[in-house]
Design a protein around this ligand. Sequence first.
Ligand code: ADE
Length: 262
Amino acid sequence: MNFNVLTIFPEMFVPFWEHGIVKKAIDRNLISVSTINIRDFAKGKHRVTDDRPYGGGSGMVVKPEPLANAIRAAKKTSPSLRTILLTPQGCSFSQKKARELAAEKGLILVCGRYEGVDERICHDFVDDEISIGDYVLTGGELASMIIIDAVVRLIPGALGNADSADNDSFSDSLLAHAQYTRPRTFEGEEVPEVLLSGNHQQIEEWRFEESLIRTFLKRQDLLKERLLSEREIEILKKWCRDIEKIIHAQSVFGSDTLSGNK
Ligand code: ADE
């Protein structure tokens, strides 16, 4: 897969290409990466890439000509690549979107700056607008890196363990289960016994339940938009029954007799 980033700060990407999974993916020829400096396509002695907004107002707007020419240059080498503008006005980036993008041959990522880019670029030169969240960054560079990072780890062979990405949070609209590593006891807290049992079926069941309940506790919104399987409904019902038993015990014995909690 080929990533071509259009930015006025190409140097920001140099350390990004040189670390972690992204570097490994480059070394293994799973991805190729390049940057195009939008400023190289700006005219005049000062190669200005921004200008004041028509109609007045604060801030500056990315000029259309250098950006259009930079996109044309990127498309020249790879005409069929999907062109994405990073902007807080785009559709929200998600794991689903990452999976969709990972199926592409490559991406041209256009990093906006200032108050935004000239609207005619959005109309005529980009296929998609993506936001990484409801907040405003000073530019699309960090957003591009986030998208590249999330997409690269989905490319087969990019992660050490072939099925690591299958167990990710959101891979099945659920959060990932809790993870533990050595030592067995850390500052008085033990690793759950089942994980030491060597019983793979029990471990799988524990992880499944843990993932479901974790999602319920932390991100109910994910469960609400998901079709639950019978197994999941059974687990949630069991939890309901356990909670009801605790509440019932309170009403039968009175809270004072149980644990002395006030
Ligand atoms: N550029 C500025 N803010 C952004 C955001 N939230 N997502 C993507 N690109 C941006």
